[in-house]
Design a protein around this ligand. Structure first.
Ligand code: ZN
Ligand code: FE
Length: 254
């Protein structure tokens, strides 16, 4: 069984070390904060074999060079963001397989936040590292792509096993909750999850990871097909992608 060590980094990022005790292999999902990552590795007596980047933004790949310097680790990076991530040892794209020791993770291309964005799915372990594609009750901003790219990307995530534990890269949940309630005010599961989130944040607890099933029931960005949301937005005749686009736009202006 793999071990995930979750590391608060910068103002609201999470870094993740993923460790296979069998082969004593450790990888870092992205490189948000070198000092935090180095200390965590030293505390556990782990050495870093690779960085697996989700996308090129500074809070995800900014620590690559310093980690390579310290650990002589490899960089696995998304092909579509390659021109912004120097010195990658392996460029990966949709459907590729990468390995933590002997444990396979599937790469899925999820363009939208950036055009090259990828996620890493440990299918047998039901664990997914989704970077800035999906957040608890939210999704990444459309910096490089539009709804036409992001909606199919989110559908790929929605198609994973519902029990998948989703590790996203930011603690944005409380803000996302305030917005989600405006789109789906009568959803009892959202209201109940909202109470849990408030309690957790008041006690300085993380809301990440979460299960895909929870988010499918409560995240308005994944619920473009829901009749109550469509009625609330007066979009009964629109396509799911159009409903998603409207929700994304409202969030940008929230
Ligand atoms: Zn980003
Ligand atoms: Fe980010």
């Amino acid at each position: 069984m793999i071990e995930v060590m979750q590391l608060p980094c910068l103002s609201d990022n999470y870094g993740f070390l993923v460790h296979d005790p069998e082969t004593k292999t450790t990888i870092s999902i992205d490189s948000p904060d070198v000092a935090v990552i180095n200390k965590a590795l030293e505390d556990r007596n782990w050495s870093l074999s690779a960085i697996w980047n989700t996308h090129h933004h500074f809070d995800h790949a900014g620590g690559n060079a310093a980690l390579v310097e310290r650990w002589n680790c490899k960089i696995i990076a998304p092909k579509g963001d390659a021109k912004f991530i120097p010195n990658a040892d392996q460029l990966v794209s949709d459907g590729d397989e990468v390995y933590l020791g002997g444990i396979m993770a599937k790469v899925l291309h999820t363009p939208g936040h950036t055009m090259g964005h990828i996620i890493y799915v440990f299918e047998n372990e039901n664990i997914a590292f989704v970077g800035d594609t999906l957040f608890a009750l939210g999704c990444g901003r459309l910096f490089e792509g539009g709804p036409k790219e992001m909606w199919p990307s989110l559908q790929k995530v929605m198609a994973l096993a519902p029990q998948t534990m989703i590790y996203c890269a930011h603690e944005y949940t409380a803000d996302n909750l305030r917005f989600a309630i405006t789109i789906d005010p009568d959803n009892p599961r959202l209201i109940a999850r909202g109470r849990e989130i408030k309690t957790k944040r008041e006690n300085d607890q993380w809301t990440i990871p979460f299960t895909l099933a929870e988010d499918l029931a409560t995240n308005p960005f994944l619920r473009a097909a829901d009749p109550a949301i469509r009625e609330n937005l007066q979009m009964q005749e629109a396509s799911d992608q159009e409903v998603f686009a409207e929700i994304r736009q409202r969030k940008d202006n929230f």
